[in-house]
Design a protein around this ligand. Structure first.
Ligand SMILES: Nc1nc2c(ncn2[C@@H]2O[C@H](COP(=O)(O)OP(=O)(O)OP(=O)(O)O)[C@@H](O)[C@H]2O)c(=O)[nH]1
Ligand SMILES: [Zn+2]
Length: 189
């Protein structure tokens, strides 16, 4: 399949990048690489073709108004500055208000956002906001812990450094005890 964007052949452009880094695009091992890279981009950036909120639309009527926390959801994303991975775990908590959502759908919604070029702060906010708007819960809290390859394999080169971002909406903005409950549960193995 020929991949073109605005009449420009994408494979030819990937060959140019290969040449730029010092490679010979025509050597045997690299012949199929441009195709593979495009296929990989289709996968790791598939979020642009998805509507994240659609995953939360199927809910179950349930009169549970206590904390629900889906923790340690592993994720991969790519930073918009360098297009290299940042990855880690997301913890997503909410207090239902008449409806609960299937747990896997929360992870699917996260994935629809993480499979894009992202900023960790924006990813955290988008996930929290979508939970809040679609489920109409009493509150939402999202914590994301991630390691950024742009800080480890290049640049400042600080492997192991973790970036932690949080977002609170609704009741979590007023109830410190609830926030601490979530943080304690996240810590519990
Ligand atoms: N706040 C935030 N910063 C990020 C994220 N991902 C990468 N960055 C930072 O974005 C910044 C981009 O800085 P620039 O000075 O424009 O780019 P640079 O010259 O490549 O920066 P260095 O990484 O310091 O070499 C860097 O400090 C990265 O660490 C993120 O998700 N959130
Ligand atoms: Zn980066």
């Amino acid at each position: 399949m020929n991949h073109t964007v605005l009449n420009v052949d994408l494979e030819e452009n990937i060959k140019l990048i290969l040449q730029y880094i010092g490679e010979i695009p025509e050597r045997e091992g690299l012949i199929e690489t441009p195709k593979r890279v495009i296929k990989m981009y289709d996968e790791i950036f598939k979020g642009y073709k998805e509507d994240p909120s659609s995953y939360l639309r199927k809910t179950f009527k349930e009169d549970h108004r206590e904390l629900v926390l889906v923790k340690d959801i592993s994720f991969y994303s790519h930073c918009e500055h360098h297009m290299v991975p940042f990855f880690g775990v997301a913890h997503i908590a909410y207090i239902p208000n008449g409806f609960v959502v299937g747990l896997s759908k929360i992870a699917r919604m996260l994935e629809a956002y993480d499979r894009r070029l992202q900023l960790q702060e924006r990813l955290t906010f988008q996930v929290a906001k979508t939970m809040f708007e679609v489920l109409n819960p009493l509150g939402v809290m999202v914590v994301i812990e991630a390691e950024h390859f742009c800080m480890t394999i290049r640049g400042v080169q600080k492997p192991g450094a973790k970036n932690v971002t949080t977002e609170t909406l609704g009741i979590f903005t007023e109830d410190n005890e609830l926030v601490h409950k979530v943080l304690d549960l996240i810590k519990t193995k």
